[in-house]
Design a protein around this ligand. Structure first.
Ligand SMILES: NC(=O)c1ccc[n+]([C@@H]2O[C@H](COP(=O)([O-])OP(=O)(O)OC[C@H]3O[C@@H](n4cnc5c(N)ncnc54)[C@H](OP(=O)(O)O)[C@@H]3O)[C@@H](O)[C@H]2O)c1
Length: 203
């Protein structure tokens, strides 16, 4: 598993190249370091899989996305998914170019959620809650809502409608989100992060 910073990868590949043989599978988690450069750096014959994990792997709740290189076999991809399922969910995709959007959604996504948490806590504190209680409520709410999203079989819109009654508090809060262009802000965050991932991959 190649897990050095992307800027160190070229030097590392030089070092590792003598170790390439038909029995070995190489997995890279370096962001923005394309398969063609990994394969070329390993001499052109190595079996390589590129994976984009995210930081919740630290608590066994990550999601990793794998793309097979030109010499990797279906068994290599299967083995890679098995490895990364030890630290969360793991899926494979075809089309390496999609990894830029993956990086934005699941790689950078936790930071967007942390910003959301920070703001919700601040709102709670302004409403008079002690900071630790506001934080506890926010973390449990994010965890609970995430579980509803993955386990209820309902869409985000359906779940939102379920907690929104006419003239109620949630509707009023959602109105404030709309007025402050919350949805557009998050779409822009994902799109901008995708563009940045593409720029870094091209650099
Ligand atoms: N954070 C994320 O969510 C995320 C998501 C996807 C991908 N990634 C990718 O994960 C990779 C690692 O990121 P990181 O934040 O964990 O970096 P990091 O903290 O700098 O860790 C890099 C590791 O590589 C080792 N290393 C450096 N040069 C080496 C060499 N020549 N030979 C062998 N080992 C060497 C370092 O060892 P020493 O400490 O002994 O120097 C260190 O353990 C990056 O490519 C990043 O793009 C991160």
């Amino acid at each position: 598993i190649l897990a050095v910073k992307p800027q160190v990868m070229a030097a590392l590949l030089d070092e590792v190249r003598p170790e390439v043989n038909p029995r070995k599978l190489f997995i890279s988690i370096a962001a923005g370091f394309p398969l063609r450069r990994l394969e070329a750096g390993l001499g052109g014959q190595a079996r390589v899989v590129r994976v984009m994990p995210n930081t919740p792997v630290l608590v066994g709740r990550g999601i990793s996305v794998a793309v097979a290189g030109s010499k990797a076999t279906p068994a290599d991809l299967k083995q890679t998914l098995k490895l990364f399922k030890a630290v969360g969910e793991a899926v494979s995709i075809t089309g390496e170019d999609l990894l830029d959007a993956v990086t934005a959604v699941s790689g950078s996504g936790p930071a967007f959620v942390y910003s959301f948490a920070e703001a919700v806590i601040e709102g709670g504190v302004r409403g008079g809650l002690p900071q630790p209680l506001a934080a506890q409520l926010a973390y449990a709410t994010i965890g609970g809502a995430a579980a509803m999203l993955s386990e209820s079989g309902l869409s985000p819109r359906e779940l939102r409608d379920m907690v929104t009654s006419p003239g109620g508090t949630t509707l009023a809060g959602l109105g404030a989100l709309d007025a402050h262009h919350f949805r557009e802000a998050l779409i822009a965050a994902v799109e901008t992060a995708t563009r940045r991932a593409r720029e870094l991959a091209a650099a």
